[in-house]
Design a protein around this ligand. Structure first.
Ligand code: COA
Length: 325
């Protein structure tokens, strides 16, 4: 059976780097608190000309260059995002225009920090039916535009950026071997972001002030570790693969302590967990494709390696995928 095979990766980060020292001037916090509680040292903040769709397009162009494909050869564009500069059209349509990917159909997926994994899973389902398709799967966010910069509980955690993969169909045991997605909408209040205030006077009262990210950090932490460990267990069982066979885990980058705890739960040496949260913070749907691109360019993904992706985010949404590189 044909499976989704990643043939190119790319990423794009805004120029402006915001350090913990600068945050100390903005809210009551310290570099020491942020570093020990989250592992984050810096994050990138988008400015003019670095809107979500433009970061997504830059990441996609880098992935296309690696794959040796032109934009016109792309059949489908899927963007995982919760922070595009427009609600309509989709970020994917803006990327299509920016790249000149005139032959692609395009749509967004809202699954918060799991947006890239959900999008990859959808692309895989298309590729099982039509292996010749060439698909751009992207995760892109501008969370700094949705952050309450007076709320120290959240503003130290997030950053902006985009990552992209070019995916096509392949066989012979390569590509996405198994994936498992989950959601639990009953827990939505633990991590959420309102839309803009309603213009319908009957509904306006229901929106709270400011479309900011709100979070119950301790609860999210607890659920995230268990959920990602369970999802990984599920895909490993599906393919009868042992954790010791895994070369690298590329998890959602939210907090170094979540990643350490996940490694412990899995019985995995921490060296096998890819980490870049110290540089970029939590870029939601973009963390996994940015990390994949970095790991790829650093030569940490070798042909035939078994790789795990896992994510957790607002919804709650979560999941895992097992990939043979
Ligand atoms: C947010 C998070 C870093 C907080 O770490 P924690 O160890 O759980 O800290 P707590 O929530 O217990 O808060 C401890 C104290 O630090 C304070 N605090 C919160 N943010 C702070 C900051 N930036 N600087 C200094 N103090 C801060 C809190 O107000 C609290 O003070 P209190 O005890 O006087 O009320 C952690 O819970 C986390 O990472 N959760 C997951 C968040 C996440 O990844 N979300 C996205 C998932 S996709």
């Amino acid at each position: 059976m044909s499976r989704a095979v990643i043939i190119g990766t790319g990423s794009a980060l805004p120029r402006r780097v915001l350090s913990n020292a600068e945050l100390e001037e903005m809210v009551e916090t310290t570099d020491e608190w942020i570093t020990t509680r989250t592992g984050i040292k810096t994050r990138h903040i988008a400015g003019a000309g670095e809107e979500t769709s433009l970061l997504a397009s830059r990441a996609a162009a880098n992935a296309l260059a690696m794959a040796g494909l032109s934009a016109a050869e792309i059949d489908m564009i899927v963007v995982g995002t919760i922070s595009c500069e427009k609600t309509m059209p989709s970020c994917a349509c803006l990327v299509q225009k920016e790249l000149g990917a005139v032959n692609a159909f395009a749509f967004d997926v809202n699954a918060a920090c799991s947006g890239f994994l959900y999008s990859l899973d959808i692309a895989d389902k298309y590729l099982r039916h039509n292996p010749s398709l060439k698909v751009l799967v992207i995760g892109a966010e501008n969370l700094s535009a949705r952050t309450n910069w007076q709320d120290r509980n959240t503003c130290v955690l997030f950053g902006d950026g985009a990552g992209a993969c070019v995916v096509t169909g392949g066989g012979e045991g390569r590509g996405l071997l198994a994936s498992q997605l989950y959601a639990d909408g009953r827990l939505w209040e633990l991590l959420h972001m309102d839309s803009a205030r309603s213009l319908n006077p009957d509904l306006a009262g229901s929106a709270s002030e400011g479309p900011f990210i709100r979070m119950s950090g301790r609860d999210v932490f607890r659920y995230a570790v268990r959920a990602m460990a369970d999802a990984i267990g599920s895909v490993l069982r599906k393919e009868e693969v042992g954790i010791e066979e895994i070369a690298l885990v590329v998890p959602h980058q939210a907090n170094i302590r979540i990643l350490k705890s996940l490694a412990e739960h899995l019985g995995l040496p921490f060296e096998k967990v890819y980490v870049n949260v110290h540089k970029y913070g939590n870029t939601s749907a973009a963390t996994v494709p940015i990390a994949l691109d970095e790991a790829n360019r650093e030569g940490r993904l070798r042909n035939g390696d078994l790789l795990l992706i896992t994510t957790f985010g607002g919804g709650f949404t979560w999941g895992a995928a097992l990939i043979r590189w």
